[in-house]
Design a protein around this ligand. Structure first.
Ligand code: WT7
Length: 654
C-alpha cells in the first residue's frame, strides 16, 4: 500500500450515516438491531446460526448438530441434507418469482438475454441430465472455463444439483494454468465456450482447452462440453460435444439430489505464498447459508431490486455474489460479458441505465479507472435507478470512495466496502446499509456472527489504531473446509501462523489491519508474499516459478509496487544464466513467458535484470529491500544482514 493511501486513511475523519431510505426499512435497519444480532450470537452462537438456517434454507433432512468444531475442522449442520441448486431455483417456483428474471445477461456487442427463474430451472435440469449422460456422478469434479455467459451459472448450478464439485478457472488464465488446475482437481469433464467478447474483441477459449488437454496431459478429463458464443470451434470427435446439441436431447426433469451438509460444493484455486495454487474447498449447507445471508444483509436485497456484481464467475466474488447469494435470495442478478476499455468507457453506465440497476458492486481498481476516463461518461447516463453501491477486492482509497459516492451514487447511495476472501466464502467485515455509519476507506464492522480481531504474532490484541494481523476467532458457516488434498497446507497457512492458545484458535487471514477508536476495521493489505493486482490475487512465488522455468533465468524475485490504478503492480528482478545477455528482446520474451505460464493478469509491469539478488547470509531474498527499490524509495531499516552490500548499489542503477 502506498504511503499516500496510508496517510489518507489515517487522517480520514468523515462519516456518513445510513440514509433515510434504508433506516427503518432495510433487512437490518438500525445500529441497535445490528448490536442485538451480535449479542444473540455471543450468547448462543449455535442457536443463532440454527435459527437462520431453519428460516432461510430448504432442508431435505434436518441437521443433528449445528457445529461440530474439531479445530481447525468445522462441520456445519452435520447430518442434515439440502441442495444449493434447490435453494437457488426450485423453492422460488411456487411463488411469484417463477416468472421473475433470475439472470439479465448483456453481451458486449449489446445483445441481451433475460432468463426467468422458471427458464433457469429448466436449463439447469437439462444440463444436469447432460452431465450425467457424459458420465459425471456425485462426487466427481467438473472444470468450468468460460466467459461471462449465463451458461456459466447454469453449469455451476447443474453441478450443484447432482452433487458434482465444480472448479471454475477464470477465462483469463492461460492453457498452462488451466491444465495445472484441471490436473490438481482431477476433473472428469470440462465445460467451456468457443469464446467470448471482451474489450471489443473475440477471445477464443476452446483452443486453450485443447492445448491444456493435448497429448493426454490431463488423463482424468473424458469429455468437453462447448457453448457456442462467437461462431465455431474445432471439435475433437468422441471427446467434445456442443452444449446446444446435447441440451436439445435432454429431459428438463431432474430432481435435485439431497446432499449432506458437508458435501463438497466447489473447489476454487487461489494464489498463496508458494508456487502452487491452493484448492479452496467449500461445502454445501454452510456456504449456501453464508452466501445467502450476507447477500441479503449487506446488499439489502428487496424483491424489485436489479442487482449487478461485475465480478467474473472465475473468482469467489462471482461464485458468492453473482450466482449463489443473489439466486438463493430470489433476486435478479445481472451478468455482463465485457469489460470497460478506451473504446467503450461508458459501457458499465449503459448497462445500469438500460437494465435499471439498483445495486452495483465492483472493485476499487475499476472505480479508479473510471475516474481517469472522466466524469462525462457516467454523467451522460441516467443512473437514478441506483440505491446502493459496493466495493470489494482491495482497500479503497478515500478519494476514490468519495468520487464513487458523489459521481455514481449521486450522494444518496450508501457504499458498502466489503472485506472477505476466497477462503471465507462470503463477506466478513462490511457496513450494513441501514445500520452502520460509513467512513471512506474502512470496511467498518464485522457482520453478526463474525468475531474479528487485530492481534500480534502471539494472538494478543493490539491497542487501538495500531497495526496488526487480522484474525477470525470463531468458526463461521462459510469458512473454507480444507485445501484440496493438502491438509498440511491448510493447517500451516491458516491456523498455525498464530499459534492456538488455551483452546483458542486464530484463523489467519494474511492481511494487516488496524481498528480505530470506534472499533472500525481499516484493512491495510497483505502481510504475506501475496500481491493484489487490480483486485486479483497473485502469489509472488507463482510468478517467480514461471520466470525460472525459462532456460535463460537463473533466479527471480517478484514484488508488488504501489500503483495508482491497479493498487499494486508486479515488478520482477531477474538474474540470468551465464551464457545469456540482458536486453530488450529477452525482456519481452520473459514477459511473454509469464503470460503463457499464468495469464495476462500476471504480466510484470516492470522487469529488471540484475547481476545478483540481495540476500541475507542465510540465503533469503530480502524482499523488503526489493519492494523499496521497486517503489523508487530508499530502503528503510536494517540492511546489515545483506550479504553483499554492493548488490544494493548495482540494483539502484538498474
Ligand atoms: C484478499 C482476498 C473477496 C473477494 C475478492 C478477492 C483483499 C478483499 C477487501 C477490502 C481491503 C480487501 C484482502 C484479502 N481484500 N476485499 N474490502 N478491503 N482489502 O478475493 O482473491 O480471495 O483476495 O483481497 O487482501 O485478503 P481473494
Amino acid at each position: 500500500m502506498s504511503d499516500i493511501l496510508i496517510e489518507s486513511v489515517l487522517q480520514e475523519r468523515r462519516q456518513f450515516p445510513p440514509p433515510d431510505a434504508f433506516r427503518g426499512r432495510a433487512h437490518i435497519s438500525s445500529l441497535e438491531q445490528y448490536q442485538r444480532l451480535c449479542q444473540e450470537f455471543q450468547r448462543h452462537p449455535q442457536e443463532f446460526w440454527a435459527g437462520w438456517a431453519e428460516r432461510e434454507l430448504h432442508w431435505f433432512r434436518p441437521w443433528e448438530q449445528v457445529l461440530d468444531w474439531q479445530p481447525p475442522h468445522a462441520r456445519w449442520f452435520a447430518g442434515g441434507q439440502t441442495n444449493v441448486a434447490y435453494n437457488c431455483l426450485d423453492r422460488h417456483l411456487g411463488t411469484p418469482r417463477r416468472t421473475k428474471p433470475a439472470i439479465i445477461w448483456q453481451g458486449e456487442p449489446g445483445d441481451v438475454r433475460i432468463i426467468t427463474y422458471e427458464q433457469l430451472h429448466h436449463d439447469v435440469c437439462q444440463m444436469a441430465n447432460a452431465l450425467k449422460t457424459l458420465g459425471v456422478a456425485k462426487g466427481d469434479r467438473v472444470g468450468i472455463y468460460m466467459p461471462m455467459l449465463p451458461e456459466a451459472a447454469v453449469a455451476m448450478l447443474a453441478c450443484a444439483r447432482i452433487g458434482a464439485a465444480h472448479t471454475v478457472v477464470f477465462g483469463g488464465f492461460s492453457a498452462t494454468a488451466l491444465q495445472e488446475r484441471l490436473q490438481a482437481a482431477q476433473a472428469k469433464v470440462v465445460i467451456t465456450a468457443d469464446g467470448g467478447w471482451r474489450k471489443g474483441q473475440v477471445v477464443r477459449l476452446k483452443p486453450q482447452v485443447d492445448q491444456a488437454l493435448a497429448a493426454g496431459q490431463v488423463p482424468s478429463v473424458e469429455r468437453v462440453l462447448v457453448v457456442r458464443r462467437v461462431g465455431d470451434a474445432a471439435m475433437t470427435p468422441a471427446r467434445d460435444v456442443w452444449w446446444h446439441e446435447i441440451q436439445a436431447q435432454m429431459s428438463p426433469d431432474c430432481p435435485a439430489e439431497p446432499l449432506d451438509s458437508e458435501h463438497v460444493l466447489f473447489i476454487l484455486y487461489t494464489s498463496g505464498t508458494t508456487g502452487k495454487p491452493k484448492g479452496i474447498v467449500h461445502t454445501t449447507a454452510g456456504y449456501n447459508l453464508y452466501a445467502h445471508l450476507t447477500a441479503q444483509w449487506v446488499f439489502d436485497l428487496q424483491e424489485d431490486d436489479v442487482y449487478w456484481c461485475t465480478a467474473d464467475v472465475g473468482w469467489i466474488t462471482g461464485h458468492s455474489y453473482v450466482v449463489y447469494g443473489p439466486l438463493s435470495n430470489g433476486a435478479t442478478t445481472v451478468m455482463y460479458e465485457g469489460a470497460p476499455h478506451a473504446g467503450n468507457p461508458g459501457c458499465f453506465w449503459d448497462v445500469i441505465e438500460k437494465q435499471r440497476v439498483s445495486i452495483f458492486y465492483t472493485a476499487p481498481t475499476a472505480i479508479r479507472a473510471f475516474i481517469k476516463m472522466g466524469d462525462e461518461h457516467p454523467q451522460a447516463r441516467d443512473l437514478s435507478s441506483l440505491r446502493l453501491l459496493g466495493t470489494v477486492g482491495e482497500p479503497i482509497n478515500p478519494a476514490a470512495w468519495m468520487w464513487y459516492h458523489r459521481v455514481i451514487g449521486g450522494g444518496r447511495c450508501p457504499i458498502v466496502d466489503t472485506w472477505w476472501q476466497t477462503e471465507t466464502g462470503g463477506i466478513m467485515i462490511a457496513p450494513l446499509p441501514g445500520a452502520t455509519p460509513t467512513k471512506p476507506g474502512s470496511a467498518t464492522l464485522p457482520l453478526p456472527g463474525i468475531q474479528a480481531q487485530v492481534v500480534d504474532r502471539q494472538g494478543e490484541p493490539v491497542p487501538v489504531n495500531q497495526g496488526g494481523y487480522l484474525v477470525i476467532t470463531h468458526p463461521w458457516p462459510g469458512m473454507m473446509r480444507t485445501v484440496y488434498q493438502d491438509e498440511e497446507r491448510f493447517r500451516r497457512t491458516y491456523w498455525e501462523q498464530i499459534p492456538p492458545r488455551n483452546g483458542q484458535y486464530f484463523y489467519f487471514a494474511g492481511d494487516g489491519a488496524r481498528r480505530d477508536e470506534d472499533g472500525y476495521f481499516w484493512v491495510m493489505g497483505r502481510v504475506d508474499d501475496v500481491i493484489n493486482v487490480a483486485g486479483h490475487r497473485l502469489g509472488t512465488m507463482e510468478i517467480e516459478s514461471a520466470l525460472v522455468s525459462h532456460p535463460a533465468v537463473a533466479e527471480a524475485a517478484v514484488v508488488g509496487r504501489p500503483d495508482e490504478l491497479k493498487g499494486e503492480a508486479v515488478v520482477a528482478f531477474v538474474t540470468l544464466e551465464s551464457h545469456y545477455q540482458p536486453g530488450d528482446d529477452l525482456k519481452q520474451e520473459l514477459l511473454h513467458h509469464v503470460v503463457q505460464k499464468i495469464g495476462a493478469l500476471a504480466r510484470p509491469s516492470d522487469l529488471k535484470f540484475t547481476e545478483a539478488l540481495p540476500k541475507t547470509r542465510s540465503g533469503k531474498i530480502m524482499r523488503r529491500l526489493l519492494r523499496a527499490l521497486a517503489a523508487g524509495e530508499a530502503p528503510q531499516g536494517d540492511i546489515s544482514t545483506l550479504e553483499d552490500q554492493e548488490i544494493l548499489a548495482a540494483l539502484r542503477q538498474s
